[in-house]
Design a protein around this ligand. Structure first.
Ligand code: ADE
Length: 349
């Protein structure tokens, strides 16, 4: 299959069957578990029109009664994204009947966060795969910059498609057999085209990851037609008495305007990308390790940012600082970032 047959570099067209016959799935091993449900390694027969073939895939299943209905929304976002070499591809789905399932390409080397931590001998991070899954991959500064470039390229594509990811973090980046980064987990993502079309309020997909106790409602509001952004409000969610059902926000990756005013845009994803660069530079330290969630929530809008390690290369530290600009319009675009990382990689040779 050609990688660059589409109009956007790295894009490929793909047909996704949304009523895939679940009897054609054989579940092999559990890859991860979260609030939303589980991710399994599985074998799928006759997928994407390839009759008589079997493919190794990752299947995301939805927890029944999780109080949300996210996989269908996630399916729509992933279908819109289609196929790009730096984004996890949706190959099929079972969303016409419950329980819903998403069938995705299998990324053999697992989560970037787990790889970063394994590289410094720290095992068992959030959602990590079993330590035995992969041999430790040596991570040179050049390789880390290569990861950053892959992620920027994937995010550039996602932004072109008018999708705001809203949960960009090293835990939501996977590595394939070639060590190429692929962005995954669109459970929190929003489609700005849909928000604009609805001209008012719309449902925001539920939050798939649980990091803090903060809650938010599922209504987004659009301001004017001035800019591509959406808001969602933090609220006191008294009708949720069960911790497991409580959606939560990735506070430590969030931009000041998202923490303060619940505004989400491509620029809030750029801020989160800066935090991912920091995760790369620190081999997977949780951002603001000395601060509580509440301190981060208060501190970031008043200028607190992660401390950049002195060993960090200048190209990376400069990009981080630009991505963390308080003013969203002053942050670079993903295209700017991808180009500057590309230049840094060329100079390295
Ligand atoms: N864990 C979560 N999603 C995955 C995928 N698509 N491939 C491999 N591991 C995963």
């Amino acid at each position: 299959q050609s990688e660059d047959s589409g109009s956007i570099e790295g894009e490929e067209s793909i047909i996704v069957e949304t009523d895939f016959n679940r009897n054609n799935l054989r579940f092999k091993s559990l890859l991860g578990e979260g609030n939303f449900g589980q991710v399994w390694k599985a074998e799928a027969d006759n997928l994407a029109g390839y009759i008589g073939t079997t493919r190794i895939v990752a299947v995301k299943t939805e927890r029944v009664n999780n109080g949300q209905g996210g996989l269908k929304a996630e399916c729509e976002i992933m279908r819109k994204l289609g196929s790009h070499s730096n984004v996890v591809t949706l190959l099929g789905a079972c969303v016409e009947q419950e329980p819903h399932m998403l069938i995705m390409e299998y990324a053999m080397r697992g989560r970037l966060l787990s790889l970063l931590r394994a590289a410094r001998g720290v095992l068992n991070g959030i959602n990590s795969h079993p330590p035995s899954r992969q041999p430790v991959m040596p991570l040179s500064p050049r390789r880390l910059t290569g990861f950053a470039h892959d992620i920027a390229r994937g995010m550039e594509y996602i932004a072109e498609k008018k999708i705001v990811h809203r949960d960009l973090a090293a835990r939501n980046v996977l590595l394939d057999h070639n060590g190429i980064c692929k962005i995954c987990d669109f459970g929190m993502s929003i489609d700005l085209d849909k928000i604009k079309a609805s001209q008012g309020y719309m449902k925001i997909p539920r939050v798939s990851t649980c990091h803090t106790k903060f809650k938010f409602d599922m209504t987004a509001r659009v301001f004017g037609g001035l800019k591509n952004y959406a808001t969602s409000k933090v609220r006191n969610n008294n009708n949720c008495d069960n911790n497991k059902n409580r959606p939560a926000l990735p506070i430590r990756w969030m931009a000041p305007e998202a923490l303060q005013y619940h505004i989400y845009s491509v620029e809030t994803d750029v801020f989160a990308f800066g935090i991912v660069l920091w995760e790369l530079a620190t081999l997977g330290i949780t951002p603001y390790p000395t601060l509580s969630g509440r301190e981060v929530l208060r501190g970031v809008p008043s200028g607190v940012r992660p401390e950049i390690p002195s060993s960090c290369r200048q190209e990376l530290s400069e990009t981080m600082k630009e991505c963390w600009n308080k003013e969203p319009s002053q942050r670079p675009s993903f295209t700017d970032v991808r180009k500057s990382l590309s230049r840094a990689l060329v100079q390295w040779q």
